[in-house]
Ligand binder design. Sequence first.
Ligand code: ATP
Ligand code: MN
Ligand code: MN
Length: 375
Amino acid sequence: PELNGDGAEILMKSYACQRRTPLKHHNAFLTEALEILAQNAEFNDNEGRSVAFRRAASVLKALPHRVKSMEDLRCLPCLGDHSQRVIKEILEDGSSREVESTRQSEQFQAMKALTGVFGVGVRTADRWIREGLRTPDDLIRTGQQLNRAQQAGVQYYSELQRAVTRAEAELIMAIVEAAVNSVLPGCQIQLMGGFRRGKEVGHDVDFLITHPEEGKEEGLMLKIISWLEEQGVLLYQKTTRNSYVERLDGPARSASNMDRFERCFSIFKLHSSASRSGSASTSESGSACDSGCRAVRVDLVVSPFSQFAFATLGWTGSKLFERELRRWAGQEKQMTLSSHTLYDSKQNLYLRAQTEEEIFAHLGLEFIPPSERNA
Ligand code: ATP
Ligand code: MN
Ligand code: MN
């Protein structure tokens, strides 16, 4: 088995949800390379290949030491031939030709630039590239038909490219708290996603909102959104209603891992000075973002109290950690896990939980705290 520096055995479990994966680790020089190949596979609509590279990278993130030779990889799970070839080349030559040529390819760079626009997915970006477009500027220059999300994405492109800091996340938290408390007192508001896992920066800020009295949360999002709109905080928002129905015979099979909560994908406006000094934006205009203004992507989700633990687990991430939890549930436990519920197919019943700890226990997993879910 794999030995660490002290000669003690490391038993590397094969599902990411069985392991502790800290934010900072020892193998970024390898994981960044593997994640380029994962991203490229995603751009080519090859999900299986993409997940294989992400799982390989994730195993290296959980190692308590830096990989120095191929010997260090003996007995590690999830490292396929392709990943091993890439790792070997980096260890021997300092870089991998495949990774570097991918990184520099026009196709990869154009996909990265175009899917980097809010509202643009792989399919759309691919179509534009086949039409000869390469950058967000090309979209404007050639007058492409854009939907409302994409228009906002292009309009605030450079602002949204800038990483969101923890200080900005705290500031937005204060605005969201003010909104929620003024429309429905007694709510619980939780910072989710990367910031809950301890990241210092993020591509957006995620919030989960609930009320301890089941039912009170119904229609809450619309009230929050109109409060925020009155304050001129929103540059863009798209709200989706809650469409979750609990079926007696277990969850419906669904290809997508999208949940069905009442949710809002939005872009907040902060004054740049405010985002430094810590006071909220109260501008009246509501739609423009001038030079003294900062645009930040914000996701809001409202969950009924009875589903709050599942929603918390589902919106903490990382994406790979979530995917592995669901795979573990299905393959090892004959259970179906979603951000709403956990269903046990052997007993034909829903397993309830008030806390994340209880969900891990139902799944027969050791509890992994959010800061160690950076798979
Ligand atoms: P970043 O710092 O880049 O924002 P992140 O981990 O917060 O990193 P997000 O894309 O914001 O990434 O996603 C946060 C969590 O919310 C992830 O765990 C993801 O599984 C979950 N999530 C995101 N979008 C959806 C969705 N449409 N349906 C269900 N869950 C989602
Ligand atoms: Mn996020
Ligand atoms: Mn998000």
